[in-house]
Design a protein around this ligand. Structure first.
Ligand code: SF4
Length: 337
């Protein structure tokens, strides 16, 4: 078996101190392969651990326990050529790609700097050609885009430039975190199509992190539903959305489409807060405070990942008659047709 490109190995991430802490991600193992050109959505409401998952995989956070590996090597130990390779091969598209970008740099820099750093072109003319091609692929006119400053462009244009940058680099893996949440509905499909093209034409696997079950359903092949840092359900996106098993997933799916995008899924603010207060005291299933099917066993021990079908798992005692999939083997459900 080849070494995976990226891996979370039994990773727990805790924020805060001894008394006041939050378990953002709880014993998560996720293996992401280079030659598995699929889109896996990581979906959850605020506090689910989805963004933490992306930040850990990109090396922006270190794990509290466990390991984050790039080609079998701990991410925090990478130096020199290995670190350069990681930066080239693993790219990210965030909600607002220009939030961390110097506002006095023209947008050209976002494209020209990686071309220079990663030696993608042999001449200025070739570099220009690469930039223009990448912009056109995401539906932007190079003559209206290059030479401008970030504030002269709309949120949708800025986000498409970020996708163009990813297209240009043709990474081995792309991590996107809420790439269309700040974009008008009319532009959402353009950006999602660009991501799909990157995935299908160039075989780039994508981890699509979002709070939005609808776009996750449209773009992804597989899905992981997170709740308070733990996997509730995972597997084939069609099977899970069409026939959700976990009570939490059922709640989410029944809320589509969400009339108020600011309201967290599956309940009022009051319900969500109640479950979050109760969360730290929970030893069993994290969803128990909100679950209408709760049984005695649910409060004593966290459920395993049960496998009601070969391409999906569910962390719920309602499915305890089915085979248990060890948590370390979660990614095996993504390889099932
Ligand atoms: Fe509900 Fe129990 Fe299933 Fe948790 S394990 S979702 S509490 S039925």
């Amino acid at each position: 078996m080849s070494t995976p490109l990226l891996e979370l190995r039994k990773v727990t991430k805790i924020f805060g101190g001894k008394r006041d802490y939050t378990v953002a991600l709880d014993d998560m193992t996720l293996v992401l392969e280079e030659y598995f050109p699929k889109i896996i959505a990581v979906v959850g409401e605020s506090g689910s651990g989805k963004t933490t998952t992306g930040m850990l995989l990109l090396g922006f956070y270190g794990p509290t326990m466990g390991q984050v590996l790039f080609r079998g090597r701990p991410l925090h130990e990478l130096k020199g050529a290995e670190l350069f390779r990681f930066r080239r091969e693993v790219q990210a598209v965030f909600q607002d790609p220009f939030a961390v970008y110097n506002p006095f740099y023209k947008v050209d820099n976002l494209l020209s700097i990686p071309i220079k750093n990663f030696k993608l072109a042999r001449s200025k003319a070739e570099a220009r050609e690469l930039m223009e091609d990448a912009l056109e692929r995401v539906g932007l006119r190079p003559e209206e885009t290059l030479g401008r400053y970030p504030h002269q462009l709309s949120g949708g244009q800025r986000q498409r430039i970020a996708v163009a940058r990813a297209l240009l680099l043709k990474p081995k893996f792309l991590i996107t975190d809420e790439p269309v949440s700040m974009v008008d509905a009319s532009l959402r499909s353009t950006i999602l199509k660009s991501l799909r093209a990157l995935n299908q034409e160039f075989g780039v696997p994508i981890l699509y992190i979002t709070h939005d079950l609808t776009t996750a359903y449209h773009i992804s092949d597989y899905i992981i539903i997170l709740y308070h840092g733990s996997v509730m359900e995972a597997g084939n996106v069609d099977s899970i959305i069409r026939k959700p098993n976990h009570p939490y997933t059922k709640l989410l799916v029944s809320s589509i489409p969400w009339p108020d995008p600011d309201l967290p899924w599956g309940g009022t603010e009051e319900m969500i807060q109640k479950s979050q207060v109760a969360f730290k005291a929970i030893t069993g299933c994290k969803f128990a405070p909100r679950c209408p099917y709760k049984m005695d066993i649910c409060e004593t021990k966290a459920p395993e990942l049960f496998m009601p079908e070969r391409d999906r798992v569910v962390a719920c005692y309602l499915y305890r008659d089915h085979t248990v999939l060890p948590r370390e083997e979660l990614s095996s459900v993504f390889a099932q047709a």
